[in-house]
Write a protein that binds this ligand. Structure first.
Ligand SMILES: C[S@@+](CC[C@H](N)C(=O)[O-])C[C@H]1O[C@@H](n2cnc3c(N)ncnc32)[C@H](O)[C@@H]1O
Length: 275
């Protein structure tokens, strides 16, 4: 039996120690694959986290000592050690009870992990108004729908000088199921095919290793910028990032593939500030 937290008379267990409810805080396809995802991400992140997504997040977020950082769609908490290492304080929130349980197991000493719906932060026990310096979406915003209430919630939770950092797969070049690589034999060129972009849509993502599919939400880039602007933010930095660097890839790449990789970004990171 795990040791139970000591509770003083008249005082309930702290929010972080309360047992996790089994119900999802919002419908998320990630709860069903939580065991697989936790194993894939591990303690310090998948290859993609380590080589691309986390460096981009940290560059734009630039967490400062004693700042309060709110990680929305935190999953199993992979960002926590990186934020805490910089001296900032970390709160992770996710709708999946299994991922929050995994986050507490792995990184519980590094920060707080709350079960909740990013679209309704006002309803989450443990999140207070104007108490965060930054909100982060690390590969999560495309799994949450709709985004307008999320950004409204974020406005409520952030201090007046707060910032938002979003890292996602590039919506213009990496639209799941509607984009892919092709090869132009006559020009010996690898090219990117995009056959659908402007129409927002829910996309079932192919499962890996027999896991049930997850669901992602495609939106054109303008949806993000407009939703941020409507919530009172203005984008002040943006990075378009290639796929994994060559030394992190399995096998040797052709010249055409290397050239295409250097030209066509697979990830997008942006930072927005409160106006
Ligand atoms: C691709 S995972 C990313 C997790 C983590 N940030 C990482 O990089 O490993 C997307 C996460 O968004 C969470 N999510 C989806 N809808 C949500 C919502 N309405 N509120 C909070 N989290 C949500 C899912 O449960 C899932 O953990």
């Amino acid at each position: 039996m795990p040791e139970r937290p000591r509770v003083r008379r008249g005082q309930g267990p702290s929010r972080d120690q309360r047992p996790i409810r089994c119900r999802e805080a919002a419908k998320t396809s990630w709860d069903r694959v939580a065991g697989w995802y936790d194993g894939w991400v591990g303690e310090r992140g998948s290859t993609y986290h380590q080589a691309v997504a986390i460096p981009a997040t940290l560059e734009l977020l630039d967490p400062q000592p004693a700042e309060e950082i709110l990680d929305l769609g935190a999953g199993q908490g992979v960002l926590a050690p990186y934020v805490v290492q910089r001296g900032a304080r970390y709160t992770g929130l996710d709708a999946s009870p299994r991922l929050i349980a995994a986050a507490r197991r792995r990184h519980g000493t590094r920060g707080r992990f709350l079960l909740g719906d990013a679209r309704d932060l006002r309803a989450v026990d443990g999140i207070r108004r104007t108490s965060y310096d930054a909100a982060v979406f690390l590969l999560s915003i495309q799994d949450i729908d709709p985004i307008e209430p999320v950004l409204d919630s974020v406005t409520w939770a952030l201090r007046p000088t707060g910032r938002v950092v979003i890292v996602m797969t590039h919506p213009a070049f990496r639209q799941p199921r509607h984009s892919g690589w092709g090869f132009d034999e006559s020009r010996k060129l690898q090219f990117r095919r995009v056959d659908s972009y402007l129409t927002p849509m829910a996309v079932p993502m192919k499962s890996i290793g027999g896991e049930p599919p997850t669901r992602s939400f495609h939106r054109p880039l303008s949806s993000y910028v407009d939703a941020l602007a409507n919530a009172g933010f203005v984008v002040d930095a943006m990075r378009e990032i290639a796929d994994l660097p060559p030394d992190r890839r399995p096998g040797k790449q052709s010249r055409a593939a290397s050239r295409a990789d250097a030209e066509i970004p697979m990830f997008l990171a942006l930072r927005a500030l409160r106006r």
